[in-house]
Design a protein. Sequence first.
Length: 254
Amino acid sequence: MTSNRVRSAAVLACSSVLAGTAGTFACPVPTPPLGSILCGPGGSGASAPGCAPDETVHTMGGGGGAAPDSAGRGGQPFEISVVDFTFLPNTPIIKPNTVVRWNFNGLFPHTSTRTPTWDSGVLGQGQFFDFNFDATRAGLAYDYLCQLHFGMEGTINVAHFGDANLDGNVNLSDFNVLAANFGQSNRTWETGDFNEDGQVNLSDFNLLASSFGREIEPAPPGASLDFGSFVPEPAALGALAPALALSVRRRRRA
């Protein structure tokens, strides 16, 4: 009982500080940009000439080889099938720090291209292309196309930090998920662990508060967000912090 009271008091104290302070909040750790082409059998590792740090790096490897490192935060690659002049799924919503893999499964060659952000080049059946949508791309929608076929288009929607249910909005539904799991370990993005460190705590609350009320917006060419945008608005903190404290207190009494 004493332990529960101490934890509730700590949450209330932190909430009071959050409600009156801005500019000192934890931000998600950025993942280095990653983009690669892993082609069919044969070939040895080679870097593409003229690739800038944010562009793709072209390598050769065994077909179906090991997936590129996604820093343990985005999990396994999110797969899109390129087949029959269509990208499937066509408009997914993904978490930040997720590697998207385009699998080229059809009989015809295609590209996955958004200039200047990424370009797979022309790939055919059995090949695939990976691109990492890191933390700086959170909250942005990236339209892309196949340069070879008119009308073959898709969109990658990168969720805001705090969008637990990946519906494209950060709202009370997401806050309720975080509040229900606040202070718990062994949690996932879907249960409020937005920085994916295994715990739901004030760092995750700060991320949700910084995006509260926001929807995914179209990304301008070459766009990404700097980490100054992850500072919670005082109004959001004033509304959400007391609610979080109350939710934790009720759960402790139950």
